[in-house]
Design a protein around this ligand. Structure first.
Ligand code: SF4
Ligand code: SF4
Length: 102
């Protein structure tokens, strides 16, 4: 996933409205289950620092997405095959706005 834009800037994985997690989990309802409260952000930064080049490469490639929303056209065997997705806040929940019904 090269381009994962996310409006939840209160998530520890969010840097400049991009998702910097290595992997994210999206539920059957298309919610991001990897959301982490902002107060855990500092430990995330340490992990990224320690990861060195692995972290650098992940920042270019973006997160891998495991997705259980199998009604979505971009879902192939529980992997998201879209070139990019957007995650937005709906009723304070992080939801994949790129979900498209098959
Ligand atoms: S996509 Fe999920 S894990 Fe990534 S920044 Fe948004 S809420 Fe956080
Ligand atoms: S676009 Fe579809 S397959 Fe990809 S993460 Fe969103 S709901 Fe899952």
């Amino acid at each position: 996933m090269k381009d994962l834009r996310c409006s939840l800037d209160n998530c520890a994985h969010n840097k400049g409205y991009m998702c910097r997690a290595r992997n994210i989990l999206v539920t059957e309802e298309a919610d991001c289950a990897t959301y982490k409260p902002e107060f855990e952000r500092e430990s995330d930064d340490n992990i990224m620092f320690e990861a060195g080049m692995e972290g650098f490469s992940q920042a270019i490639d973006g997160p891998k997405i495991h997705c259980s929303a199998d009604a979505c056209v971009f879902n192939k065997s529980e992997k998201c095959v879209a070139n990019g997705i957007s995650v937005l806040s709906e009723a304070r929940e992080p939801v994949c706005a790129s979900f498209s019904l098959k």
